[in-house]
Design a binder for this molecule. Structure first.
Ligand code: G
Ligand code: G
Ligand code: NA
Ligand code: MN
Length: 248
């Protein structure tokens, strides 16, 4: 409860920080962009991760202002990157359920210095526990102006294939749990192979998350994933480190 109060001041004081985790092309290993990940640098409790941060924000009814701040900060920083790099932003189901989401988001892009085609929205399947049609409509409107949409954490939840069919998507992000066992268990590899096949059959690209070893990276490349992300090459980092890495 005290934390919910602290969050109000945190938003005003710039305690919310955005880190960036690079993503790499499976084709040539080059960095293609990064995912923005929010953190709260709490003055006495130290760092609070995004999952806890958004839980607190939900209880405090502050998801919308928090998310606006994170997105604006991420876009502002990403506008300093070389133009070939994309920016992936996590969007909560609550936000997608807002009637004005697409329009507000588009206005935010307009105020920033970043081309819509450089942006990917990462959504989770909880969206669908809400209003699927409304979410699909908002996503379609944003894709119309050039954004990409990725279904995040695929394989961690219910994996309802209806989402793949009914949401306007460009990619799926395989959850770390789908990748972690692929080099030691044939069945894990079989599941990954089937999901990649399904994604490709639907015209979707696949991003593999949580890559920690060279063997995992090589396996997801061999299985036809398009991009990968993971501690093997880069943990979430501050913008200045991101810029340094981008300039190689
Ligand atoms: O980096 P970390 O382990 O704290 O991320 C935990 C979860 O929080 C991840 O699932 C990530 O997608 C989500 N997350 C990180 N940053 C944001 C954000 O800015 N907005 C939303 N909605 N979710 C985020
Ligand atoms: O739910 P989402 O996929 O957005 O969560 C991303 C979270 O996963 C971030 O908190 C990030 O720090 C973490 N993460 C990113 N890469 C790796 C990895 O290679 N291994 C592990 N264990 N966690 C990772
Ligand atoms: Na994400
Ligand atoms: Mn994810």
């Amino acid at each position: 409860r005290a934390l919910e109060g602290d969050l109000v001041t945190a938003l005003g004081r710039g305690e919310i920080e955005v880190l960036f985790q690079p993503q790499f092309s499976c084709a040539d290993g080059r960095m293609v962009g990064a995912e923005a990940l929010a953190r709260w640098q709490h003055p006495t409790l130290g760092e609070i991760g995004a999952r806890d941060l958004f839980h607190i924000a939900e209880k405090a009814h502050l998801v919308a202002p928090l998310s606006r701040q994170v997105v604006a900060q991420a876009m502002q920083q990403a506008s300093q990157w070389p133009e070939h790099l994309g920016l992936a932003l996590n969007i909560t189901p609550e936000e997608l359920a807002e009637r004005s989401f697409a329009q507000d988001f588009a206005s935010g892009i307009g105020r920033s210095n970043i081309a819509p085609s450089r942006l990917t929205l990462e959504i989770t399947e909880d969206v669908l526990l809400r209003d699927l049609d409304l979410a699909a409509e908002a996503l379609a409107a944003l894709r119309h102006i050039g954004l990409r949409v990725a279904l995040d954490d695929f394989g961690a939840g219910f994996c309802n294939f209806r989402y793949l069919k009914e949401l306007p998507l460009d990619a799926i992000k395989l959850d770390r749990s789908m990748v972690v066992g692929i080099c030691r268990d044939e069945r894990d590899l079989a599941v990954l192979r089937a999901i990649v096949g399904l994604a490709h059959a639907m015209g979707l690209e696949v991003v593999a998350e949580g890559i920690e070893t060279e063997a995992q990276r090589d396996a997801v490349i061999a299985e036809g994933c398009s991009y990968w992300q993971g501690f093997l090459r880069a943990a979430p980092m501050r913008n200045d480190d991101m810029l340094r890495m981008a300039r190689g």
